[in-house]
Structures are given as structure tokens and as C-alpha cells.
Design a protein around this ligand. Structure first.
Ligand SMILES: NC(=O)CCC(=O)C(=O)O
Length: 295
């Protein structure tokens, strides 16, 4: 059942450096500012605690326990800090992502979601690794040091039902369709597009996922670093309505983007243009779990 409440979100486009402690402080400062602005859900960018490069992922990786009670500042500094911040400001936090050291000793790119009591509501491990080669522009291979997650992540909160993907996951419409089929009101994508694909595809993909699933889509990037200082993030953290309109966005500097998600609009758009009822499920559909979801 979808909700009709209004939810204020804060998309914290913060900068990251090679100093993990400083990155965590930057994130907590942004959370404090967003909470003071009465945001219900506060979201951070992909890889907020680490430089976005394959060599750094294993170095910055932390274990993520199943519950907040198991967190310690020494062992899990990033997750501990976000849990404390969620509790202190009594807010839902979508914790961007951090490199996670799994129990299998592999490294994942993982988003942890916290409730207002600081509890861990769920975590998403990036399912589609960013391995691309655009000749003369950008080559990146997350799979050199990261492993992919295998689960679709849907989190039910009293505010709304959230779907979480991470950056390159945005390019795979099937994942968003599964989250929509599970009843999500809003999809959140911590992400760090780059200066080649960012201007070409970032907004287009966000609007496409919002339009084809008729739900809100929010994406949070890191701020762009100094030229020549490693991976250059596109920035442009953005919220898109179920009608496909950009309702809030920014450039590439540090900023907090605020948007009010009027969740009742999902149902209005779905009633006006009832594509999900008009799908030709007799002719096409997803294989595997998608079949179970009735897509
Ligand atoms: N961090 C990422 O997954 C980057 C994805 C990206 O830039 C793209 O074009 O896709």
C-alpha cells in the first residue's frame, strides 16, 4: 500500500578526502545541518568515507555488523558514527555507501540505512559493479577489488517504503522495477557519476527510472574534488518526481539539496497513466525473481 504523506529529504552532497576521520565528521556535520532543517530522511553519497578508487576500497573497508548493538567506534567507525547521528537527531539516514569487509573477506560497496533510534534497518550491497571503458575518456573496474551483492533492497519505514541502489545500479531498469513491484514509494541512489557519463546520462537515467516506475527517485553524489585530485564526481545530486520532473538539484560544489516528496503524487500519476496495469505480461516479463514479482 503506497502512502500519501509528504516527506522532506536532504541529499547531502559532501566532499570526500583521503582522511577517513575527516570524511566521517563532514558527513555528521551535514546530517546535523539537514536535521536542523527538519529533514525526515537524510541521504549521503556513494563512498563518503573513502576516495573513490579501487586501491582505496580494501584499505578503507570496515565490517558492518547485523545490528547497531554490535557497533563499536574502534571497529566500525563509519557505521557507528552514522548510527549515533541517526539517534542523536532522531532521523532516518540513508548512509551513502562505504567499502564493506564482508565475513567472506570480500569487499563490497555497501549502503546502510538507519532508523531514528540508530538501529540498522537494512543494507544494500551494490549489485552491478562499475566496470566500463569509454576509450580516451574513462576506464574503471570496480571488480578489480570489489564483489557484487546479490539482493534487492527494500526497506519499510513509517515514512514510506524505500528502495536502495548504488550508482551503476541505476543503469539496470530491472532492479528499479523490482523495487517498485515490492511497493517502494521512493528509490534512493547514492552515486558518483563522472565527467564523461555524468553530463550525458545522470539526469536522463534518474528521470527515466522515475518515469518508468512512476515513483520518486533521489540520487546523492559526492561534491567534485580538486582538478587532478583523483576521480572527479559529477555532483548534481537530484530529486525527481513520479512525473519525471527534476524537483531539486544542484551543481558540483558541496551543498545540501532539499526536496519534499509528495508521495500521494505516485498514485495520481499511476492512475492517470496506468502503464503498470497495461503491461503485456502475456508477451514479456522478467526472468527469475522478476517472474515472482509479477513483472
Ligand atoms: N560509481 C559508479 O558506479 C559510477 C557509475 C557511472 O559513472 C556510470 O556512468 O554509470
Amino acid at each position: 500500500m503506497s502512502t500519501s504523506r509528504n516527506v522532506k529529504v536532504a541529499l547531502c552532497q559532501i566532499s570526500t578526502t583521503s582522511d577517513k576521520v575527516a570524511n566521517i565528521k563532514t558527513a555528521c556535520d551535514a546530517i546535523e545541518e539537514a536535521a536542523a532543517a527538519n529533514s525526515d530522511i537524510i541521504a549521503l553519497p556513494e563512498c563518503f568515507n573513502s576516495p573513490y578508487d579501487t586501491a582505496s576500497f580494501p584499505v578503507y573497508a570496515e565490517k558492518i555488523p547485523a545490528s547497531a548493538e554490535q557497533l563499536t567506534e574502534a571497529e566500525h567507525p563509519s557505521t557507528f558514527a552514522l548510527s549515533q547521528a541517526a539517534k542523536r537527531f532522531s532521523r532516518h539516514i540513508i548512509g551513502g555507501s562505504i567499502p564493506e569487509r564482508g565475513d567472506d573477506d570480500r569487499v563490497y560497496n555497501t549502503c546502510v540505512v538507519f532508523g531514528p533510534d540508530g538501529g540498522i534497518l537494512g543494507k544494500h550491497r551494490k549489485m552491478h559493479l562499475f566496470d566500463i571503458n569509454v576509450p580516451g575518456k574513462i576506464t574503471f573496474r570496480e571488480s578489480d577489488t570489489l564483489s557484487a551483492g546479490n539482493s534487492v533492497t527494500v526497506i519499510d519505514t513509517p515514512l514510506c517504503k524505500l528502495g536502495v541502489g548504488i550508482c551503476y545500479d541505476l543503469r539496470f531498469p530491472e532492479l528499479s522495477m523490482l523495487m517498485r513491484a515490492a511497493g517502494c514509494d521512493a528509490l534512493f541512489f547514492p552515486g558518483a557519476f563522472n565527467l564523461t557519463t555524468g553530463p550525458a546520462h545522470w539526469e536522463l537515467l534518474l528521470r527515466a527510472r522515475a518515469l518508468d516506475n512512476q515513483c520518486y527517485v533521489c540520487a546523492v553524489s559526492p561534491a567534485r574534488g580538486p582538478p587532478g585530485g583523483g576521480y572527479q564526481a559529477w555532483g548534481h545530486s537530484t530529486a525527481v518526481s513520479p512525473w519525471g520532473e527534476v524537483i531539486a538539484t544542484t551543481g558540483h560544489e558541496s551543498a545540501i539539496v532539499y526536496a519534499v516528496l509528495e508521495l500521494g503524487r505516485n498514485a495520481e500519476v499511476r492512475a492517470s497513466i496506468p502503464v503498470s496495469q497495461q503491461k503485456r505480461r502475456d508477451v514479456y516479463g522478467l526472468q527469475g525473481p522478476g517472474e515472482r514479482a509479477g513483472l
